[in-house]
Write a protein that binds this ligand. Sequence first.
Ligand code: 6PG
Length: 208
Amino acid sequence: MALTGGSSPVQLYHILASPLYRGQIAWDKVFIFWGDERWVDLENEKSNAKMAFESLLNHLPIPDGQVFPMWAQGHDPETYAHHYEQLLQQHLGIMGSFDLILLGMGEDGHTASLFPDTEVLHEQSQWVSAYYLKTKDIYRITLTFPTINRSKKIVVLVNGQKKGKALFEVLKGNRNPTAYPAQLIQPLKGEALWLVDEAAASELALND
Ligand code: 6PG
């Protein structure tokens, strides 16, 4: 599976790591990757891996050799994106489909590190891409949409009223993926499950 970053999944990760749920998953059979990462070290508060280790992975019996942070010391992001792609090909096979990818969505309709008006939205051959995100002044590394859409299941977590407009545009608005990249979440053979709270769904309800 691939984990998402950001703040949306933190509560979910705590629940999954809790005694009530932790024992219900055969974690020794789970291989953990990430959907995207900010290019910062694992101690940086911005690190998606740091958040996932603290809220989930440090509490689970997953063998160390089965967790693959999307960052490593001494690499540049572009080189590491190529390395990560080789890692995915090694573990997912040449068909490269995840069993499960968790995603979030930003107020601007981005998902993973696939942001509006970026070249990476059009990437069709790379499984993993890295680029400098001007709007946030940081390098990002991300699965590309072809990789995301080969997943057997995609779960998108969206909560909060601030995401109401983007969620409406993504699920019911005019086709405009450059402005609302999450519109490109279109599983080829799998299923996309959107787990949204009432606040985020407020505009969907208005326009039913
Ligand atoms: C990241 C995430 C990103 C996130 C959205 C939503 O690296 O920031 O992977 O895609 O899912 O930005 O972020 P919040 O959950 O914090 O609203």
